[in-house]
Design a protein around this ligand. Structure first.
Ligand code: CA
Length: 227
């Protein structure tokens, strides 16, 4: 999952970037409203963390423009303390949730997980497909109850697919949601990650009737198939 992080406070942005990376997200960053707007318009982001007090163009204006253009990615706004009307204006402008500074990183991560979950129609923090399970809070993946150790990229692929069971996901879509903007994207490596994922998960699967699988749709992409 790819997060657009918009914050002009360098220290806070650095802390947030580290926390988001550790939580398994791919992160694009902006420190002003103009760059934020551009990234939100051109990149496949799964959610946005948007500070409202920004240089060049303020956060509220950016948010209003996105919504006017029909961009409906989940947006979590960061507001200044004791500024209740900023929250109201943000929610009215189309924010999905807000946090008041200062906040705990854990709370930001929990709210983001919930926004991403809702956007893909998932209700629980633990995603389940057959005997595969992915806990979005801890990043723990199990198959038939056995923990499966995944690399960061394998986890990102599985996380994206587990949020969309039964849905055909093209290779380019998967690539876009896994790599940041400035990363050298090679969609062939996605094939390698999917191949490794399959192997790792199948190694633990005891009963094929209860196991999910990742189907390759030739020339189209991948689909997570429930048992
Ligand atoms: Ca600010």
């Amino acid at each position: 999952m790819r997060i657009l992080l918009v914050e002009d406070d360098t220290l806070l942005r650095t802390q947030l970037r580290t926390a988001l990376h550790e939580a398994g997200y791919t992160v694009d960053e902006a420190d002003n409203g103009r760059d934020a707007q551009f990234l939100g318009d051109t990149e496949a982001v799964d959610a946005v963390v948007l500070d409202l007090g920004l240089p060049v163009v303020d956060g509220l204006t950016v948010l209003k423009r996105w919504r006017a253009e029909g961009r409906n990615m989940p947006v979590l706004i960061l507001t200044a303390r004791d500024n209740w009307h900023e929250k109201v204006a943000g929610i009215d402008a189309g924010a999905d949730d807000y946090l008041t500074k200062p906040f705990h990183l854990e709370e930001l991560l929990a709210r983001l997980r919930a926004l991403i979950r809702r956007a893909s129609g998932q209700a629980s923090a633990v995603l389940q497909c057959g005997d595969w399970s992915l806990d979005t809070r801890s990043g723990r993946v199990t198959c038939a109850g056995q923990p499966v150790a995944l690399t960061a990229h394998e986890y990102k692929v599985l996380d994206y697919l587990m949020h969309r069971p039964g849905v055909l996901v093209s290779r380019s879509e998967l690539t876009e949601h896994i790599y940041a903007q400035d990363f050298d994207r090679d969609s062939n490596t996605i094939e390698v990650f999917v191949g490794r994922l399959r192997k790792k998960l199948q190694a633990f699967s005891q009963d094929p009737n209860h196991s999910a699988r990742i189907e390759t749709v030739r020339g189209m992409g991948y689909r997570l198939v429930p048992p």
